[in-house]
Ligand binder design. Structure first.
Ligand SMILES: [Zn+2]
Length: 349
């Protein structure tokens, strides 16, 4: 049985639209993300402008998605973390739930989005919430104020970073505006491993240094499902800790050895996520991109390298999927890699 519920949702200060809540009861084929236009419009609400949606991936995993707005609405015209490091690329968050309990994996970029998630879950009868952070980056903790009254799990490294940066993040100084007020820091931490149970669903939390030193990925052993945070991104990884890229490649190779049937990223193609998720070739694509960037970082024309020069083969194989806004991320990656590695010996990978 499929139920569709229209959930009003206002994003930021500048747009309002509807979220289509498509919930399946029981275990059947995963529903594809229904285009917003297929929803029956509410009498007084405008038609949704983009596929902002929550989708049941199965009977205990929900996928919330926002961003990739074709209208191009922005928080501000200048580069800013909310528009350029998050919303234009698209942001997904996940909820693992059973009975009246839920584990929420990341809090979106803004309180309004997090409120949408919480309201949706409460309407489903969920009363006991725990939040887990994938890492400290602002596009993952921006909605954390909505979860100030519940337990929040993160790696010790995530907590330490957020405690140290709290005043600056709340003042909009860390990555510039918008500020995040208030910021909720994890009150439950672990160094490398933690097991958590949502009812009887076992969720393994693993710290792994990929993308960010404090990354916490979730693994559901019963169904071999990995929630990778930003350790993997489709089309290509957003590089931040440039000196650690060789370590990221080593850890991606270790991750490749895990028994993984499907991968759900926070920045990925909603069509792939809602059609069964990614397989381990997503890891191969990321290893290939980072390795090739490092290998060519001493080339004279390195800064002219196109996205396709680095991910063309993975695109052709269907391991990742073309999305134009990632050209800007790739350009930024080229500059950062060049600045850091041009005067250093190339790492052995
Ligand atoms: Zn992110």
């Amino acid at each position: 049985m499929i139920r569709a519920i229209l959930v009003p949702f206002r994003y930021g200060l500048h747009s309002s639209c509807l979220a289509l809540l498509a919930l399946t009861a029981g275990c059947g084929p995963r529903p594809a993300a229904e285009p917003a236009s297929s929803a029956k419009p509410a009498a007084t609400a405008p038609a949704p402008a983009h596929p902002l949606a929550v989708t049941a991936l199965n009977d205990h995993i929900l996928y919330f998605f926002d961003g990739r707005d074709p209208s191009g609405k922005r928080f501000s015209a200048d580069w800013n973390w909310l528009d350029d490091a998050a919303m234009k690329l698209g942001v997904g968050t996940y909820v693992i739930h059973q009975g009246d309990r839920a584990l929420v994996y990341d809090t979106f970029t803004q309180p309004d989005q997090a409120r949408w998630v919480r309201d949706t879950l409460e309407k489903m009868g969920i009363r006991h919430f725990t939040v887990a952070y994938s890492h400290w980056h602002l596009d993952h903790v921006g909605g954390s104020g909505v979860w100030a009254d519940v337990d929040v799990i993160g790696t010790q490294a995530t907590r330490d970073t957020l405690v140290r940066s709290k005043a600056d993040i709340e003042a909009g100084k860390t990555w510039g505006p918008p500020p995040i007020t208030p910021l909720t820091v994890p009150n439950i931490t672990f160094a490398d491993r933690l097991d958590f149970y949502v009812g009887d669903i076992k969720v393994e939390m693993h710290r792994i240094d990929i993308h960010s030193f404090d990354t916490n990925v979730l693994y559901l052993p019963a169904e071999k499902t990995l929630f990778c945070g930003d350790a993997l991104e489709d089309v290509l990884t957003y590089m931040v800790e440039i000196g650690d890229l060789p370590e990221h490649v080593r850890n991606l190779r270790k991750l490749r050895e895990w028994d993984i049937a499907r991968i759900y990223p926070n920045h990925g193609d909603p069509k792939v996520v809602t059609s069964g998720g990614y397989d381990k070739t997503f890891i191969d694509a990321t290893i290939g991109y980072v390795s090739k960037m490092l290998a060519h970082s001493h080339d004279k024309d390195f800064l002219d390298g196109k996205m396709e020069d680095y991910v063309g083969e993975s695109l052709a194989k269907g391991w990742v999927h073309l999305f134009e806004p990632y050209r800007d991320v790739h350009k930024q990656n080229l500059k950062l890699v060049s600045d850091y590695w041009k005067s250093r010996p190339l790492p052995r990978l």
